[in-house]
Design a binder for this molecule. Structure first.
Ligand code: O7M
Length: 211
């Protein structure tokens, strides 16, 4: 069974801290990204890390190696222990994020296939498989793959072996936790928890699917 990772895509510092505090006992990690960091600043990572669970920075980093490294260094200096990058910029760009993660004692995850319908235009099928192989070759710690397509997660697993699969798409996007949980290492859930009237109870409801 996987870790439960909250996608904390709320738009204020106050809401972020209140949802995180309520849900933290039922979580294994929190993912922060553009929505929250643009609204509240990267230093939100400081108070969030006080809840005692790892923070994963989802900036889907996609640039030249030097820029990727500069972004990754900021993320780890702010207190995050993981970073998510895109793979389609190539192996040297991914390697820059992996190196920054290794230097910080953190982890780097590479997006392969995405969870939304539009992913089928580019970020799926053969392209996703090439990206998964690139993640392995670059020494990444794992990949992002879609809870909305469990059969694709299984296909990508054959490429990455025992590297981690973090999987978004459960809840608001229709993914079924009972189907996806046995296939993955981290289940990323956003709206189903942070828009709930009682985020603690909503997070606790995933306990049966959590390691
Ligand atoms: O549960 P949701 O749909 O409210 O949130 C899902 C989160 O996962 C949200 O933060 C998305 O940006 C993210 N995500 C996807 O939904 N689909 C993907 O293919 C990839 C991600 C992601 O986390 O990539 C790192």
């Amino acid at each position: 069974m996987p870790d439960l990772i909250l996608a904390l895509d709320v738009l204020s510092r106050e809401e972020a801290l209140s949802v995180a505090e309520a849900a933290a006992p039922h979580l294994d990690a929190i993912k922060i990204g553009y929505p929250l960091v643009l609204a509240a600043g990267l230093d939100i990572a400081g108070p969030l890390s006080e809840f005692g669970i790892p923070l994963i920075a989802d900036f889907k980093v996609a640039d030249i190696p030097n820029t990727n490294r500069l972004i990754a260094e900021q993320v780890f200096a702010a207190g995050c222990s993981g970073i998510i990058c895109q793979g389609f910029c190539g192996s040297d760009s991914v390697a820059a994020c992996v190196e920054a993660a290794d230097d910080a004692g953190g982890e780097c995850y590479v997006v392969t296939e995405m969870s939304h319908p539009g992913a089928l235009e580019f970020l799926s099928g053969k392209n996703a498989e090439l990206l998964a192989q690139l993640a392995v070759d670059a020494g990444a710690h794992g990949i992002i793959a879609p809870a909305t397509r469990p059969e694709r997660v299984q296909a990508l697993r054959t490429i990455i072996g025992d590297k981690k699969i973090l999987s978004p798409g459960v809840g608001a996007q229709g993914g079924d936790p009972a189907v996806i949980a046995p296939l993955i290492d981290g289940m990323i859930v956003g709206r189903a928890i942070y828009t709930a009237e009682d985020p603690a109870e909503a997070a606790r409801a995933y306990a049966a699917f959590r390691r």
